[in-house]
Design a protein around this ligand. Structure first.
Ligand code: SF4
Length: 550
């Protein structure tokens, strides 16, 4: 049996039915997530192939590659989904490595959804707790060491005893993780927290286990320096094209329907600092497409882009769309941070993001950049932050005005508010607390509502395209059926936040649709006649509210 076992919880060790965006559903409180929706649709089980995971979260595949590059053998290291830990762990096991992203439900989307829906343990935290209960049970029997690493490690500082963790590993794996593993296997003492040094791009080995949904990392770090952001604390590097092509080919050969570049900004590929490199970006897409086409893959997508980069590299934006043959019915959905409509907040917290323009140009960049993306069939999820420590009502008004301008321009995409999180290691850590609704002025609530309303409207228009990307036909059908109910509930919820925000704290925590009974009573309530209304406002709207709260 292997000496080193690598795993992650069910909220990470899944392919989200082939649609990464479904993973955000796992940021909801567990009481608001019917278990069959979680385990059948959002986080279906990852399969095994030859006793190993058929695919893994990208970071775990990278950790495995680092160990192999450092001299460990394939027999010594195995990646398995959490359900199979009992099958591979025994007296030979000396170390279990756990990858974490949001182990206590404190990441921005999780915290925002918790606060806005009345609180409670998120699915992400629930799954991590379940995993660590299983690991702890096995540890008591086999006495291995538990090392936890990944971008969510900051949430576990001060909580290692609670979860039976021996070492928290922060930072990159390539240089120091194999050294730590060797020490543990040699029985040497190790500190409770280890910070891994950054790797040179040439030291980063290609993965050997295919990654979930064809993920391939193309850059690390970001040179823009936003104060609330963790990746910017790492030096910016582009991964060598040869490594990228090998990983893309591995994934395509393993059956990935598309290749998905993991990056903070796809248009930074090959850049020197903030001097962008159009040729490098075009070559990246051309070469990757050339390699993966042989396996029937015709899509090379990416996770994030920055609006200022897009306005600088318009030619690259067009090229990516042409290479992917995008259209109205086949667009891309990248994530983009617009953060605030107030140039004062831009100058204070993210003045590098508009570069080469100035903070006062930011509203123009957001509008023109969004138009450019839409013209090329990129329908982004624009996120913005509510709760900057010294944000004034006027700053929030400017954000609402910017959302209104986007509406006037016919923007196609989501506009999604996130509450400020003082993520460990960022420049706002220690300067800001976790934002909550009670601490916010009414103008901030207006800003939240403006974004949600826009996003609900766009979801209604686009969901058939999104749902068509779900691989499993049954899951596709179920999501299709549930989506109308979900959008109705969201409309009612947004109305409540606008008119009676105090009900978020009093009524919402009582909602529980985790089990079938709770879900059925909610669905039933949503079809009850108007007389159920308590009758002090628009009746139709109120029935929807009761449905959302039942
Ligand atoms: S542009 Fe994005 S990735 Fe870069 S520092 Fe700012 S928030 Fe972070």
């Amino acid at each position: 049996m292997p000496r080193i076992v690598l795993t992650a919880d069910r909220a990470l060790f899944t392919d989200f039915s082939g649609l990464d965006a479904l993973g955000f559903g796992l940021c909801l409180p567990v009481r608001l997530m019917p278990s069959f929706v979680e385990y059948r649709i959002l986080a279906p089980r990852a399969p095994l192939r030859g006793g190993r995971a058929a695919y893994a979260p990208y970071a775990l595949a990278k950790v495995e590659a680092s160990l192999l590059a450092a001299g460990f053998t394939r027999d010594e290291v195995v990646i398995v989904p959490p359900e199979h830990l009992d099958d591979v762990i025994d007296e030979d096991t000396e170390l279990v490595g756990v990858h974490v992203v949001d182990p206590r439900g404190l990441a921005p989307v999780s915290w925002t959804l918790r606060v806005m829906t009345g609180g409670g343990e998120t699915c992400t935290a629930h799954e991590f707790r379940r995993l660590m209960e299983r690991v702890s049970r096995l540890k008591r029997r086999y006495h291995f060491k538990v090392v936890v690493g990944g971008p969510g490690v900051w949430q576990l500082r001060g909580h290692t005893g609670e979860y039976g963790i021996d070492v928290l590993y922060e930072g990159e794996a390539e240089v120091d993780f194999p050294l730590l593993v060797k020490k543990i296997l040699d029985g040497e003492e190790t500190p409770g927290i280890v910070v891994g040094r950054l790797a040179n791009p040439e030291e980063i080995p290609p993965i050997v286990t295919p990654s979930r949904n064809g993920h391939v990392q193309i850059t690390r770090g970001c040179p823009r320096g936003c104060q609330f952001c963790k990746p910017t604390t790492f030096i910016f590097r582009s991964i060598p094209l040869e490594t990228i092509l090998r990983e893309a080919e591995l994934n395509a050969r393993a059956g990935a329907p598309e290749i998905n570049f993991v990056t903070e900004d796809v248009l930074l590929y090959g850049a020197k600092g903030l001097h962008l490199n159009e040729d490098a970006v075009k070559r990246l897409f051309d070469e990757t497409m050339r390699v993966v086409r042989r396996y029937g893959v015709s899509k090379v997508t990416f996770s994030h882009v920055t609006l200022s980069s897009a306005l600088v590299l318009k030619g690259a934006v067009r090229h990516i769309s042409e290479v992917n043959n995008l259209s109205e019915g086949d667009p891309l959905f990248p994530q983009v941070g617009f953060e605030s409509g107030s140039p004062r907040i831009v100058a204070r917290y993210f003045r590098g993001k508009p570069y080469p323009w100035k903070p006062e140009d930011w509203p123009w960049i957001v509008v023109e950049g969004s138009k450019l993306l839409n013209d090329n069939y990129w329908y982004p999820c624009l996120t913005y932050i509510v709760g900057f420590p010294d944000a004034t009502p006027d700053d929030y008004v400017k954000t609402v005005e910017l959302i209104d301008r986007l509406r006037d321009e016919g923007f196609k995409g989501w506009v999604f508010p996130l509450l400020l999180i003082p993520i460990g290691g960022t420049r706002v850590e220690g300067k800001a607390g976790f934002a909550t609704l009670e601490k916010l002025p009414p103008e901030a609530l207006d800003a939240i509502v403006a974004g949600w309303e826009y996003s609900i409207e766009f979801s209604e228009r686009i969901y058939p395209v999104l749902v068509s990307k779900i691989k499993n036909p049954l899951a596709r059908r179920i999501v299709d059926l549930l989506i109308d109910k979900a959008l109705n509930a969201m409309r009612a919820w947004v109305r409540t936040i606008r008119t009676e925000p105090e009900r978020v704290a009093t009524d919402y925590p009582k909602v529980n649709i985790r089990n079938l009974r709770g879900l059925l009573s909610t669905l039933l309530a949503s079809s009850l006649p108007v007389r159920r209304s308590r009758g002090h406002r628009c009746q139709a709207g109120h029935v929807e509210e009761e449905a959302a709260l039942a």
